[in-house]
Design a protein around this ligand. Structure first.
Ligand SMILES: NC(=O)c1ccc[n+]([C@@H]2O[C@H](COP(=O)([O-])OP(=O)(O)OC[C@H]3O[C@@H](n4cnc5c(N)ncnc54)[C@H](OP(=O)(O)O)[C@@H]3O)[C@@H](O)[C@H]2O)c1
Length: 243
């Protein structure tokens, strides 16, 4: 059984990625989430409606021990299963000016995006190397490449993940494993629900927010065999807001 794992697959961009990968029917979809069980179940139902298979894995990617325990139990119960695609998508924001930023706002954002990447990817990497094939896609952000005022924590987490993407890509390229980052601008999800699109779209050349499905199309391409010679890249998907 070949599998793709999508962290934060219950909602938003992660859900759209699960559905896009399900459409292609190459993989059993492992849908990770942290707390929103109903949303995760809805993603699974939609995956199954598309004729693919999947299952839900609940763990907090920021929690190394919990991640290790859940993934070990899953792998022990599914010895034949091979995770070929890892989409490190789980992420949170705790926005605010740096001068007022609390330690918890800094660490929770870093722990989710950056340590989440480590906790999940490190668990699978030796198996990918033995398999001599794999696709790792890290969800970063325009904030991680440009820097965004009010998001020093988030920009740091995503910027660090860009560095990790480029470094790991060089380590594993010989084994046909690609590692890329996708850097969205404003995408319509729960994360941006309080943003005023009417006001903000003026600074976006495309004059609108993006859809989660548009990001998912890019992820699905990077996760496919067609993208074999693309690695260590950061692909912007932001309607022209930054390049
Ligand atoms: N929306 C944008 O404009 C935008 C722009 C650039 C980059 N991004 C990045 O794209 C990714 C997805 O964002 P989104 O807009 O789809 O966000 P979202 O709608 O807020 O969904 C976040 C997802 O991540 C999961 N999650 C959060 N913390 C987690 C943890 N500790 N462990 C496991 N899962 C966790 C959530 O699970 P629960 O349902 O259980 O809470 C949910 O599935 C994030 O990395 C974000 O930084 C988003």
């Amino acid at each position: 059984m070949k599998c793709a794992i999508v962290t934060g697959g219950s909602r938003g961009i992660g859900r759209a990625v699960c559905l896009k990968l399900a459409e292609e029917k190459n993989y059993h979809i492992l849908i990770n989430y942290a707390s929103n069980e109903a949303a995760a179940k809805e993603t699974l139902a939609k995956v199954q409606e598309l004729g693919a298979t999947g299952e839900i894995l609940k763990f907090d990617v920021a929690n190394a021990e919990e991640t290790q325990n859940v993934l070990t139990t899953w792998q022990d119960n599914n010895p034949e299963a091979l995770v070929e695609v890892i989409v490190n998508n789980a992420g949170i924001t705790r926005d605010g000016l740096f001068m007022w930023m609390k330690n918890e706002d800094w660490t929770s954002v870093i722990n989710t995006s950056l340590n989440g990447f480590f906790n999940v990817t490190n668990f699978f990497i030796q198996k990918l190397l033995r398999n001599k094939y794999g696709r790792i896609i890290n969800m970063v952000s325009v904030s991680g490449v440009k820097g965004t005022a009010g998001q020093t924590n988030y920009s740091a987490a995503k910027g660090a993940l860009v560095g990790a993407t480029k470094a790991l890509a060089q380590e594993v390229a010989k084994r046909n494993i690609t590692v890329n980052a996708v850097a969205p601008g404003f995408i319509k999800t729960d994360m941006t629900q309080d943003f005023n699109e009417e006001e903000l779209k003026a600074m976006i050349p495309a004059n609108r927010f993006g859809e989660a499905e548009e990001v998912a199309d890019l992820v699905a391409f990077l996760a496919s065999r067609k993208a074999s010679y693309i690695t260590g890249e950061v692909v912007n998907i932001n309607g022209g807001i930054y390049s």
